[in-house]
Design a protein around this ligand. Sequence first.
Ligand code: PGA
Length: 251
Amino acid sequence: MRKNIVAGNWKMNTTLDEGVELANEINTLLKGKNVNCEVITCVPFTHLTSVNAVLENDLVKLGAENCSEHEKGAYTGEVSASMVKSTGAEYVILGHSERRQYFGENNEQLLAKTKLALANDLKPIFCVGEVLEERENGSYNDVVKGQVEALFELSPEDFGKIVIAYEPVWAIGTGKTATAEQAQDMHAHIRKVIEDKYGKEVAENTSILYGGSCKPSNAKELFAKPDVDGGLIGGAALQADSFLGIIEAFN
Ligand code: PGA
């Protein structure tokens, strides 16, 4: 069966020292606690190795926030999937709406990144989600379907390694959360889109996370929905106690 997951996404926050301290705090808080989900912390490239040194991998798994669509070579400033893997990371966020919006990442690039991540034994957390205009004009189901379909070149085996994160762009960092019903409807839609392509088993085994102003006060209601398998957490992952509060929504 699919896993419940709470993943933090630090984005471009914390210096190296601050990041190591935060990771340490999260690790310490989780020790001896009854944790009913997989916990992942996705951090800036510069922090991966140092954060990995303080995390106990059976408590918190490590992830990156992006990787290059190129394997290696003359791409100044880029970081490849194999480089990410070599730090000890197990996961990589791909297709975050901020990457799509501010860095123009498109479906073709995201498919290339996903293939390289998988080839390097990294598990992609693949983000999808509509902007406010698409929510308001009613095209959101089609938009998200198209984003998921960008991965449909993958074999069922490879698709089975992917975690999907549904993050309505209008809810990210805005304090405005999708209602638990809106999240459930979209997650069920995404699962159906996967089922139509890959069959029931792959669809039922795919973890679909909700992201967008998820916090301790709303996590329980969101995670109680049958197709919401956890969260991708931005702002609330930058404080160890609020991140823990979200993890405890599964208790
Ligand atoms: P937020 O970000 O929790 O701060 O809204 C979520 C995300 O972008 O992954």
